[in-house]
Design a binder for this molecule. Structure first.
Ligand SMILES: [Zn+2]
Length: 343
């Protein structure tokens, strides 16, 4: 496995009001103007690098702050390759089997957003990891956001080139990568959180469930789908990994999975993909014993369930309480992984 340490510089509009709108209706706040990358191999050796300017299409005038930070100018960039050309060159340079490593949780979402905005293929982007989270976990640095210069100083690494140049920043990130246990960091990257044992587990309809767990971290749905560990199911009693017996997709983001633990019997897992704040996606899993799942008043499939909840006033109170419980577990998961957590 090779790591592609990626750093982007981007331009921004002068105000949200004057910003170009994305297909989703959100304003385009970051247009890529420079791509820097450094290849680090499995032995943590720096192999080679990639640098490309990108001619902006939407914000051709550089914001004064961006001009100051990067030392780039709009006139200079105008002659550079388009995003299509730069992205194709980057993709070819990356090769096959690789994972992106960045110093923030913004670079890859911005890359994906820019590729999609230009109608370019983004399926090759694949797995990526924010090295800040690994740095925080392995140096006991809390959960707050850290600057590159802070991390370099902490690890006693020299910074000999100016920051806010995509290649210099990628090199600095690669040197931090060399100092950390990146393999372990990736293994432990995503967290799975469980609702505390002593809490009453009820779903949105007030039905008893054995366990509620969330798996969160990936910034996009695509990445969550690609993450093999997000699909793992565990016995809520002994924690053993379980093989799915059958899986029924109930909507684009929801499925019901039956499994069995040789010791603790059959379980129904209701699995849902959810988008959370701070561009994170989460898998929420509610586990039911066979008895809980097959109760005569067991919840019907999610779609009908929502309709019934709205029409039946009596269920609302319990539903909201259960939602609160679910939110608590999700919040715990968010706190555990958020690189921007207020600390
Ligand atoms: Zn078990």
């Amino acid at each position: 496995m090779q790591y592609i340490v990626l750093d982007l510089e981007w331009n921004q509009p002068y105000s949200k009001e004057r910003a170009v709108r994305l297909a989703s209706g959100r304003p385009l706040m970051s247009e890529i103007i420079q791509i820097g990358a450094v290849r680090v191999d499995g032995d943590k050796q720096i192999r080679d690098h990639f640098l490309s300017a990108v001619a902006p299409r939407f914000y051709r005038e550089l914001h004064y702050k961006v001009r100051q930070l990067t030392g780039l100018s709009g006139r200079q960039l105008k002659k550079g390759p388009s995003l299509r050309e730069a992205a194709e060159a980057l993709r070819a340079w990356c090769g096959e089997d690789f994972a992106f490593v960045t110093w923030s949780n913004m670079d890859i979402p911005i890359l994906l957003e820019n590729l999609q905005l230009h109608g370019l293929d983004s399926s090759w982007v694949g797995a990526w990891y924010d090295l800040q989270q690994i740095f925080n976990a392995q140096t006991g640095s809390g959960s707050g956001q850290k600057s590159l210069s802070f991390a370099l100083e902490q690890l006693q690494l020299p910074m000999d080139a100016p920051f806010h140049d995509a290649l210099n920043d990628a090199y600095a990130t690669a040197r931090i990568c060399q100092k950390l246990d990146i393999e372990r960091g990736i293994r432990e990257y995503y967290t799975r959180s469980f609702l505390p044992e002593n809490q009453l587990h009820q779903d949105a309809l007030g039905h008893q469930m054995s366990a509620y767990m969330t798996f969160s971290g990936p910034a996009t749905r695509e990445q969550l789908m690609r993450e093999p560990s997000a699909r793992l199911l565990f016995c809520p009693v002994c924690g053993r990994e379980l093989e799915p017996e059958s899986c029924e997709q109930t909507s684009e983001d929801a499925s019901n999975v039956w499994t069995a633990c040789p010791e603790h019997g059959r379980f129904l897992f209701k699995v849902r993909l959810k988008s959370m704040k701070r561009s994170q996606w989460c898998v929420a899993v509610a586990a039911y014993t066979e008895e809980e799942a097959l109760k005569p008043d067991a919840p019907p499939p999610p779609k009908k369930r929502r309709r019934r909840r709205r029409s039946r006033g009596g269920k609302r109170g319990r539903g909201r309480g259960a939602k609160k419980v679910e939110r608590a577990a999700e919040k715990a998961a968010e706190r555990a992984v958020s690189p921007e957590g207020e600390s």
